[in-house]
Design a protein around this ligand. Structure first.
Ligand SMILES: *Cc1c(COP(=O)(O)O)cnc(C)c1O
Length: 632
């Protein structure tokens, strides 16, 4: 950390009137680029062409790092509603003379800086009331990190400013209303409330606006407050990136919803794993043991599998060039389907680009209006979506309760077709369907039976053939699986009779109207299947590892059970689950928190997935770190 950082400030004016201003705090190497960006911003501003642009570069001194205020959006339809919202928010923060404070915006619009008011006496505290207070020397930490201004983002700049201001000594709140007559959104901020965006806070067309900082404290401290606001260099970390678009009204609803997710601990992000799929990875430069991959048998990076993919791509092309029914079928597709049928012991098989599509495409093809689907309440989302798309009556039965299924099936005699569908392994709990009884009930009620073996293929049965092998029983009518989990590739398939496969080929819209997966995928899955057949000991190792991990958790008093490689560790509260997952990750293990809507509200959990390639040392250390994180 030896490189010097610089504050780069720009301001532009025409005929003495302010047009635009901006500032950045960036490492030395990024200064030339930043100067260019700010100059461009000055010269292309919508407010007009400047006749004077000043760009200043200086070492700001020791930088204070602050965590961004949290952001919430309050959608209001009218200025009156916005005022009422601001009043309510600030009253909660002990600021009561809001009507009088708001009336001062008539004075601020002519000022360059902000007004500093005593929050209680409403006395002005700036030494030069015509100038006001100018909060400067601040930036988003991203600029320091990436060495570039992330473009023109008034929204992020406002959060940076509000964060700095609320950390100044004695400051208890801020109200900001734009002086742009067309821009009606404003905000109020306090340390506790955070940055509260109010989508309509003034009448359109009004030029009144500005910033008012509210102060509460001894007069002797005001000088220090002013020094902090005007001179203390600050960078703000983790500024929410809702982006510049948040300035346009039609995005308000989306922004508010997203912020709601964030506040409830339900926000979702993608973690980039900087390594080939496997039991370990690198995230943000830090090595982690991955206990959440569905690549149970460590086949995704197996050289036989990756070579098959590479060879096929070279021989057949990267993409398939069309739907399977037009130009998208190549020899590797046909070979894979024949192999899948052999592996599962059915007449025929059909492949889709993903397991999700296989479910949606199969359920919606088999039944329609006038038919009934009976579906376990914990079935995978792709089954649920297929049910919705089909137009059939959907009857949900209690999880794994086959008495309830039978009872409800008896009520569907009048429907033309009945389809009963269930996960084989339930993907968030790791428990199994009682397949023999399921098949018997379906047969007795003349219903189609369908199971989804996404987490069963490669993981259950002595040789990984799935739930039928596990129970030593017959097949359901529709046996759906994925190539994307234990087989380590991607895609979904259905195994069944030739009649079924012919029908789906003609009726499944997800099959017909989507480009076929590339030959590389098909060849890789074919090769993975061959490795699984040649090395069934991988399945045994997976099972032994899972039992070991569950036993290690039990040693720490964590009770969990599973019949598969999925080990759910129930936490309950969404935010707590997230906090536990973060602690576990800090200790070097990636076990994500699964939250609503993937599982029911209040059922948040850590969902561990074991691989055959994990070592006992890894599993034992992971169990210990989970135990420690759960304790607090
Ligand atoms: C993962 C999963 C799917 C979807 O398969 P993809 O190949 O990932 O699209 C379908 N059903 C269940 C039960 C799953 O767990």
């Amino acid at each position: 950390m030896s490189e010097r950082n610089y504050a780069v400030k720009m301001r532009a004016s025409a005929g003495g009137a302010h047009i635009s201003g901006a500032e950045k705090i960036v490492p030395a190497a990024a200064v030339p680029r930043t100067v260019a960006q700010l100059a461009e911003r000055a010269l292309t501003h919508a407010k007009g062409v400047p006749d004077f642009v000043n760009v200043k570069i200086e070492d700001p001194g020791e930088i204070l790092r602050l965590e961004s205020l949290p952001v919430t959006t309050h959608v209001t339809a009218t200025a009156a509603e916005g005022w009422a919202k601001a009043t309510e928010l600030l009253k909660g923060a002990g600021i009561v003379r809001i009507g009088e404070i708001m009336a001062r915006f008539g004075e601020t619009s002519s000022m360059r800086g902000a007004m500093l008011l005593d929050a209680d006496t409403l006395e002005r505290l700036e030494p030069d009331p015509a100038r006001g207070v100018r909060a400067t020397y601040m930036d988003d930490a991203e600029s320091l990190l990436k060495g570039s201004a992330s473009g023109k983002n008034h929204y992020a700049e406002a959060i940076v400013l509000a964060t700095k201001v609320q950390h100044a000594p004695g400051i208890v709140g801020e109200i900001c209303v734009s002086d742009d007559p067309d821009y009606v959104t404003g905000y109020v901020a306090t340390r506790d409330l955070g940055y509260c965006r109010i989508t309509t806070i003034k009448e359109k067309g009004s030029p009144d606006g500005g910033r008012i900082f509210l102060y509460r404290g001894p007069r002797e401290q005001v000088a220090e407050t002013l020094r902090f606001l005007e001179e203390q260099p600050v960078v703000v970390e983790h500024v929410p990136v809702l982006g510049a678009v948040a300035a346009e009204r039609r995005w308000d609803g989306l922004a508010a919803e997203l912020e709601g997710f964030r506040a409830a601990g339900l926000n979702r992000v993608c973690t980039t794993l900087d390594a080939p799929t496997g039991p370990t990875a690198v995230v943000d430069g830090k090595p982690l043991v991955v206990l959440s991959s569905n690549d149970y048998l460590d086949l995704a990076r197996d050289p036989r599998v990756t070579r098959a993919a590479a060879d096929a791509a070279r021989q057949w092309g990267a993409g398939s060039g069309g739907s399977r029914l037009t130009t998208g079928t190549q020899p590797p597709h046909a070979a894979l389907e024949a192999h899948l049928a052999r592996f599962k012991g059915t007449e025929s098989a059909l492949v889709w680009a993903t397991g999700y599509m296989a479910n949606v495409g199969t359920v919606s093809a088999l039944v329609r209006k006038g038919d009934a689907i009976l579906s376990d309440e914990l079935n995978h989302a792709s089954i649920i979506d297929g049910c919705r798309l089909s137009g059939a009556d959907v009857v949900v039965y209690r999880h794994a309760d086959l008495d309830d299924l039978e009872h409800k099936l008896a009520g569907c005699r009048e429907h033309r077709r009945r389809l009963v569908v269930s996960d084989a392994v339930f993907s968030m709990d790791g428990d199994l369907l009682d397949l023999p009884r399921f098949l018997e009930i379906c047969r007795r009620h003349d219903a189609f039976s369908m199971i989804d073996e996404a987490h069963a293929t490669g993981a259950l049965g002595a040789t990984g053939r799935g739930l039928c092998e596990h129970f030593g029983c017959g097949h359901p009518d529709v046996l759906l699986g994925t190539l994307s989990k234990a087989l380590g590739v991607e895609g979904g398939f259905v195994c069944g009779s030739r009649l079924l496969v012919d029908y789906l080929r003609n009726r499944s819209r997800a099959f017909i109207f989507s480009t076929a997966p590339g030959a590389a995928n098909a060849a890789a899955a074919d090769a993975a299947l061959a490795v699984l057949e040649a090395e069934p000991e991988r399945v045994a190792r997976l099972r032994a590892n899972t039992a070991f991990f569950v036993a290690e958790l039990a040693k720490h008093g964590i009770r969990t059970r599973t019949d598969s490689a999925i080990v759910p560790i129930l936490v309950g509260d969404e935010k707590k689950a997230l906090a536990v997952a973060e602690k576990v990750r800090a200790a070097g293990f990636l076990i994500p928190a699964i939250r609503y809507p993937t599982v029911a509200k209040g059922q948040a959990r850590l969902r561990a997935a074991v691989m055959s390639a994990h070592t006992e040392a890894q599993l034992s250390a992971a169990a210990e770190s989970v135990a420690r994180a759960l304790r607090g």
